[in-house]
Design a protein around this ligand. Structure first.
Ligand SMILES: C[S@@+](CC[C@H](N)C(=O)[O-])C[C@H]1O[C@@H](n2cnc3c(N)ncnc32)[C@H](O)[C@@H]1O
Ligand SMILES: Nc1nc2[nH]cc(C(=O)O)c2c(=O)[nH]1
Ligand code: SF4
Ligand SMILES: [Mg+2]
Length: 247
């Protein structure tokens, strides 16, 4: 994903990377719900979740090339008085960790990382530079990878790293009407058992969109919340930007 170009005078490499869209909107998911953000959506993803609403951005060739200064210029044009932070999303933003690192070292803006958490070593490059992390834990039924156990182990490593570094983070779990409370219990128990202090991380249950899928089935969300609450602090929040027809 990273393309070293020419060697600048400082001896380092200027890097460019592909971004599919940059826009200003209101954060519609998770614990920063309602915050005005500039969204930077990187291209390419190492997973393939069956519910993904940004499948175009999974193509690493999609979008346009940006260097750090051009990205800053574009973000600057989009900053409004209510600006809270940048949201680095995708695709999978951690495939662009070196680019994000260079960007935030030069332009230290407040930032949220929206990640699948599968790449803890890449996450480690950013722990001194981002203030918020939304880590989406994938369920086996999302069919994101062939080896789900390995993915879960990587995600647990990422959660432990975030807690160790004291980053304001939460886990997200996208649930479908077919998701069982047993599945939710299994994930929530695993997270609880792996971390020492459960006050350090909340679980945001995110009902899959479109919400029409939940007609007559919203009682399942209450059951899922109750089950998750046996293990972790839990919030249930749908994708609010879609309800508002915002980007
Ligand atoms: C598109 S992903 C990009 C960031 C990263 N790859 C990840 O999965 O967290 C951003 C967020 O959108 C969520 N998402 C994607 N499609 C969705 C859908 N149909 N319903 C609810 N959430 C969805 C993902 O689960 C993730 O939390
Ligand atoms: N408004 C709005 N909020 C979001 N929160 C997470 C998003 C994402 O696609 O990562 C997203 C998005 O695409 N739009
Ligand atoms: S990890 Fe994120 S971007 Fe990649 S397929 Fe899953 S939801 Fe989509
Ligand atoms: Mg989205």
């Amino acid at each position: 994903m990273l393309i070293p170009l020419k060697k600048p005078s400082n001896g380092g490499f200027e890097i460019k990377t592909r971004i599919s869209e940059i826009f200003s909107s209101i954060q519609g998911e998770g614990k920063l719900l309602g915050r005005r953000q500039v969204f930077v959506r990187f291209t390419g993803c190492n997973l393939n979740c069956n519910y993904c609403d940004t499948s175009l951005s999974r193509d690493p060739g999609y979008g346009e090339e940006f260097d750090i200064d051009a990205l800053y210029e574009k973000i600057n044009e989009l900053i409004t008085p209510d600006f809270h932070s940048i949201s680095f999303t995708g695709g999978e933003p951690l495939l662009h960790a070196d680019f994000i690192k260079e960007f935030l070292e030069k332009y230290p803006l407040p930032a949220l990382l929206e990640t699948n958490g599968s790449l803890p070593d890449e996450m480690a490059k950013l722990t001194e530079l981002v203030q918020y992390v939304s880590m989406d834990v994938k369920l086996p039924e999302h069919e994101a990878v062939s080896d789900w156990d390995d993915l879960m182990n990587q995600e647990i490593k990422s959660i432990k790293l975030l807690i160790k570094k004291g980053i304001n983070s939460y886990c997200k779990l996208v649930v479908q009407p077919s998701t069982t409370t047993d599945t939710v219990a299994c994930i929530a128990a695993r997270i609880r058992d792996e971390i020492q202090d459960t006050s350090k991380i909340s679980l945001v249950v995110q009902p899959v969109s479109p919400l029409e899928l939940w007609a007559g089935k919203t009682h399942k969300l209450l059951e899922i919340s109750e089950k998750a609450g046996e293990y972790l602090d839990v919030l249930t929040i749908p994708q609010v930007h879609k309800l508002l027809n915002l980007r």
